[in-house]
Design a protein around this ligand. Structure first.
Ligand SMILES: Nc1ncnc2c1ncn2[C@@H]1O[C@H](COP(=O)(O)OP(=O)(O)O)[C@@H](O)[C@H]1O
Ligand SMILES: [Mg+2]
Length: 259
């Protein structure tokens, strides 16, 4: 039997902020290429868990206890191997840089020489359907396009892990569905491991290989659902699939019972 090293591994990890235990000792292992969604009420510690996974909170400061590992290595600082897409695209993008300039940031940070950058930038913008808008500034783009731009910048970084914190919450339903499909496609095509936080239970089931439900005070994992629906998923057929409906009922009933 081959043992695959987890892309992300939490071994009895607890997180303490402001003198409080925000997340109680939690174990979680995510396989390379797996798409894991986290759902749960506001304040239950979803963002905190993501920050620990991304090395933004560490044992050094006494905030994280227990071991967080990425591909077997202890996580104690942010890494270019992990890209994070935030909900607030307006603040994540630099307003004085064009779309091209924003994607370029990731490559400049990685020390890529200018001559190689243009091709990579064009490739990243094409992947998210923004090739025709490369010279525009963020405020000339719609919310959905700005979020696409943030995703392009993250992908240009060639991360092995992509974390997204309620990335589509501010977008209208149709834009959100389009972006769900784009993210699912890009992540699968590049073999990226994804950790995706959302309020939207159906979004979690639609995107995830696994959905993890958290509970608050202290934050903890209270339920896990394996989603064995075929890929690529489809906004109509997947959401009408009997298994999708069964899982949806299970997840809603579980969350409802805890309110
Ligand atoms: N830096 C901090 N210091 C103290 N408490 C914090 C800090 N950051 C978050 N918290 C608290 O941790 C809890 C979980 O927050 P968060 O992870 O942002 O929740 P979620 O993303 O699930 O809405 C909340 O009660 C929040 O007030
Ligand atoms: Mg949050």
């Amino acid at each position: 039997m081959t043992v695959v090293t987890a892309a992300l591994d939490f071994a009895q990890v607890s997180i303490h902020l402001g003198g409080r235990e925000i997340v109680e000792p939690t174990s979680l292992s995510i396989a390379p290429g797996e798409f894991v969604c986290i759902v749960g009420p506001s304040g239950c510690g979803k963002t905190t868990l993501l920050r620990a996974a991304g090395g933004l909170l560490t044992a050094r400061d006494g905030q994280v206890r227990g071991a967080v590992r990425r591909h077997g290595q202890i996580v104690d600082s942010p890494s270019r191997d992990v890209a994070i897409v935030f909900q607030d695209y307006g603040r994540a993008l630099l307003p004085w840089r064009t779309a091209e300039g924003n994607v370029s940031l990731a490559l400049e940070a990685a020390g890529m020489p200018q001559p190689q950058r243009s091709a990579r930038i064009a490739e990243a913008l094409t992947k998210v359907g923004l090739a025709a808008h490369s010279g525009k500034f963020p405020n000339q783009l719609s919310g959905g396009m700005q979020q696409r731009l943030q995703i392009a910048r993250c992908l240009a970084q060639s991360p092995s892990v992509l974390m997204m914190d309620e990335p589509f919450a501010a977008l209208d339903a149709l834009t959100r569905q389009g972006l769900q499909d784009e993210v699912a496609r890009l992540v699968q095509a590049q073999g990226i491991t994804a950790l995706f936080v959302t309020h939207d239970l159906e979004e979690a089931l639609y995107l995830g290989d696994r959905v993890i439900a958290m509970q608050a005070s202290p934050g903890r994992i209270s339920h896990t659902i394996e989603v064995r629906l075929p890929r690529p998923r489809d906004q109509l057929t997947t959401r009408e699939h009997p298994e999708f409906l069964r899982l949806r009922r299970e997840l809603f009933a579980f969350i409802e019972a805890r309110h």
